[in-house]
Design a protein around this ligand. Structure first.
Ligand SMILES: *[C@@H]1O[C@H](CO)[C@@H](O)[C@H](O)[C@H]1NC(C)=O
Ligand SMILES: *[C@@H]1O[C@H](CO)[C@@H](O)[C@H](O)[C@H]1NC(C)=O
Ligand SMILES: CC(=O)N[C@H]1CO[C@H](CO)[C@@H](O)[C@@H]1O
Length: 389
């Protein structure tokens, strides 16, 4: 008798486990390969999110289209989203359900997004100068916590590839991000106002920053990332807006940058409307291959000359280490530490810097202003050889 009761409960729990898989192509949701699954995905997410058991949404192998998917929590239990297929955005962004986001997760705790699939933003705009650029980010995480994004690809986003806002304890691992070098604003991963974000074993090549850390990025770890093409790994830009939160606690370690416009950069706008802080920023064990501006603090960041260049930046940069940075520069000025005359940089260390320049635009050199760094094992041309002021 007791044995039968056991089997009965076993069957009940198997049924529960099975019912916790929400496959968009199941009869309940009706998604079909090579068709639009916008509604099927929304329904599968709704049911999975309401499950009191750990639930899994599945997008199986094959190509699927969606006009947009804003997947909202809070959910009742941990939730997995297994994307094995190739999810495609509309070519023309007027068909998107939301203009600023394509796929998004909001207010979700304990999300695991994985499966080897691809989020293809189908940006064909950059090839056509009459095409209106759009704001649609491929994958947005808003207020997501204790989560893992693993083994997925983000391809040809119409804007930033992955945007992280208001998140806590989120790890990205084995993520691949790819876009053409000449596609504007296609940053790989942008983080803002988030705490405890790790990016590990990730490969990024885009037309803008591989990784950019906006205001309020705290306790950020970037390891084993390869970047290129792109504009490098950036803190900022900071100081464009009033009341920005500090950037504090960044470790970028064991990464390789190849053929990027910039290397490791901290950029702040001149004439900031408020005061800002960037502190405890540590770059270590970085290989550079033909990188422009490999080490670059730029407190006069002003693309397209949109600002009053004369006013100094009011972002205080302090506690910055560049250690064991090796390789080749694509520009003769390999180290630039251009700080604010109003708030000079404090506690900047350069250690074991070995960068060469083999081009014909001049000799290897460095520039510093409003900073007194400490050098350990840094060759003379790389140790504040010139001061332009
Ligand atoms: C962070 O999130 C992971 C899941 O990715 C979880 O296993 C871990 O317990 C979380 N850490 C904390 C401190 O909550
Ligand atoms: C980089 O990856 C290698 C091999 O996967 C691993 O052994 C190493 O610890 C990683 N380095 C860092 C800094 O995470
Ligand atoms: C750029 C860099 O230093 N990469 C190294 C990261 O770590 C692995 C293993 O520890 C090395 O094999 C890489 O060369």
């Amino acid at each position: 008798m007791a044995g039968w009761i056991f089997v009965f409960f076993l069957l009940v729990s198997i049924a529960k486990v099975q019912s916790s898989v929400f496959d968009v192509t199941s009869a309940a949701y009706g998604g079909k390969p090579n068709s639009d699954i916008t509604q099927a995905l929304a329904n599968a997410w709704r049911d999975a999110c309401a499950s009191t058991w750990p639930a899994k949404v599945v997008i199986p192998q094959g190509t699927y289209y969606t006009r947009g998917a804003i997947l909202q929590g809070p959910c009742k239990a941990p939730i997995d989203v297994q994307v094995q297929g190739n999810l495609k955005a509309p070519l023309d962004s007027k068909y998107l359900t939301k203009q600023d986001s394509w796929v998004g997760f909001q207010y979700v705790d304990r999300l695991t997004l994985y499966g080897g699939g691809t989020f293809d933003g189908q940006n064909n705009c950059y090839k056509n100068k009459y095409c209106k650029t759009t704001q649609a980010v491929n994958l947005r995480l808003d207020f997501v916590s204790n989560s893992m994004i693993r083994d997925i690809t983000s391809l040809d986003s119409k804007n930033f590839h992955i945007n992280v806002l208001g998140c806590r304890n989120v790890t990205f691992q084995y993520v691949t991000i790819t876009a053409p070098e000449d596609s504007i604003n296609t940053d790989g991963i942008h983080i803002g106002r988030s705490f405890g974000i790790t990016i590990d074993h990730t490969t990024i090549g885009t037309g803008d920053d591989c990784i950019s850390l906006g205001d309020g990025s705290q306790q950020i770890i970037v390891t084993n990332v390869t970047c290129g093409p792109g504009h490098g790994i950036s803190i900022g830009s900071l100081g464009k807006y009033q009341s920005e939160d500090p950037v504090a606690g960044v470790l970028v370690k064991n990464c390789t940058l190849t053929n990027t416009q910039n290397g490791l950069r901290i950029k702040t706008w001149p004439g900031s409307p408020g005061f800002g802080i960037a502190t405890h920023i540590h770059f270590q064990d970085i290989a550079m291959v033909n990188v422009g501006n490999p080490i670059f603090i730029d407190q006069q960041y002003c693309p397209y000359s949109q600002c009053a260049q004369k006013a100094p930046s009011t972002v205080q940069i302090s506690g910055v280490t560049f250690a064991n940075i090796k390789g080749t520069s694509a520009t003769p000025v390999a180290v630039q530490l251009m700080c604010s005359r109003k708030l000079p940089c404090q506690n900047v260390w350069l250690e074991d810097i070995d960068i060469n320049y083999n081009g014909d635009k001049g000799l290897l050199t460095s520039q510093c202003a409003y900073v007194k760094p400490q050098f350990t094992r840094v060759a003379n041309p790389l140790a504040c050889a010139t001061n332009p002021f």
